[in-house]
Structures are given as C-alpha cells and as structure tokens.
Design a protein. Structure first.
Length: 220
C-alpha cells in the first residue's frame, strides 16, 4: 500500500474542512497562486483574505488576456511565468478541443507533454506548443526572505518541476495545496508518494481532497 492509500484510509469520509474555509481560517498575509487560469480562484482568495498579498503566475496567453479583461491585477500581482525548475525559455503544451461545453479548452495546458491525458479525455487536444518564460520560484524577487502562508498550485502534472526550483522558498512556506495524479497523465508525471519524497520530512499530508492534497510544513 502506498503512503497515499494508507493516509487516505485513515481520513474520515466526508468530514474534511473545505479548502476555502481553511484558507479563511489561516487568513494568509502572503498567498502564491501557481496557475492562475482565468482568475476565478484569485477572486475567491481576495474575498476570503481581503488583506492578503496575492501573487499569481500564469503563462498561457489566452488566460492572461482574460485575467486582464477581468481586472484581476487591481487586487493581485499577475506574473506571466510558468513556474519550473529552471529560469529561461521552456516549451509549453497548449490544450484545446472541447470539454464540458467549453471550446478551446485552456485548463489542461502544461510544461509536460500529455500522455495518458489524451486517452482519458480524448476530446481535449494539444495541437500547439509555444515557448514561454519559465521561472524558478527561488529566483522570483518579489518573495525573497518572506514567509509564504499558502501556495495554491494547479500545474497539470508539472508539480515536481515547481518543487525542484523552490527548495529555498518551500522552507519559508507553511501550506501547499496542489493537484496530483497517481496515474501519469503527462510525461514523467510524479505520483503523490514521489512528490512527498521530493519535499522531504518537513512536509506532511494534512488532507486529501480527491485529486488534490493539502500539505503542511511541520517546522512552523
């Protein structure tokens, strides 16, 4: 049995606090959103923690256009970077096709090449790849030497790239909420067990929410 399966078996069914309620209870001063998409969660973070400094990262030009049109930058700093294990140009696989009534589906784009994703959701296509500016979180000047209360991640299979480029930052981070998959939907996607090995003993699984997990830094 994997660590993931063991911990999930111990969790009470249906009693977990909503992740949004938890964010409200934490009342973060600094919240990092890696994968801002079109800003729906960004707006919710602002309502939950109105005094928080919110920094969002989003490399998809389609989503950046929506973020601009919605005025998200009025209350959050939006940076046009893909957070990764290197700083520089990287290939970004743009998702498209149609899913759940949405055309030109942008929500599955990734720094990782899709693999099983093509079989699980065949209506979602990846017909285009572009070069984007990638950035190690450790290299981002806006958070140097600051404590990060909460990191929200939705990076479509590229979780270990984020973690590998953020070893210093994660020592100053209290909570991480990230999507994960134990089925490799993208090339070389890491399982939850592998991600926990990468993070090290300072990080523990707090709550599993289906395909998302809340992680706590026990040094705080």
């Amino acid at each position: 049995m994997s660590i993931y399966d063991f911990i999930k078996s111990l969790l009470p069914k249906g009693t977990s606090m909503s992740i949004y309620d938890l964010i409200k209870s934490i009342n973060p001063s600094l919240l990092i959103e890696i994968g801002s998409n079109v800003g729906s969660d960004t707006e919710r973070f602002k309502s939950l923690a109105p005094n928080a400094k919110i920094i969002g990262f989003e490399p998809d030009p389609r989503n950046l256009a929506v973020l601009k049109s919605r005025g998200i930058s009025k209350f959050a700093t939006i940076e046009p970077y893909a957070i990764s294990n290197v700083t520089g140009k990287q290939t970004f696989y743009l998702s498209s096709g149609e899913y759940s009534g949405v055309k030109d589906w942008p929500n599955s784009s990734s720094l990782k090449k899709p693999t099983e994703h093509l079989n699980v959701w065949p209506s979602i296509t990846f017909d285009q790849k572009i070069e984007v500016d990638a950035l190690r979180l450790d290299d981002y000047p806006g958070i140097q030497n600051q404590t990060i209360d909460f990191i929200w991640m939705d990076v479509q299979g590229a979780e270990e790239l984020v973690f590998s480029g953020a070893s210093k930052t994660l020592k100053r981070t209290k909570w991480i909420y990230t999507e994960f998959s134990n089925r490799p939907l993208y090339e070389n996607q890491k399982s939850l067990d592998q991600l926990m090995d990468l993070l090290g003993k300072s990080w523990l699984i707090h709550t599993i929410y289906e395909s998302d997990v809340l992680l706590k830094n026990i040094t705080f």
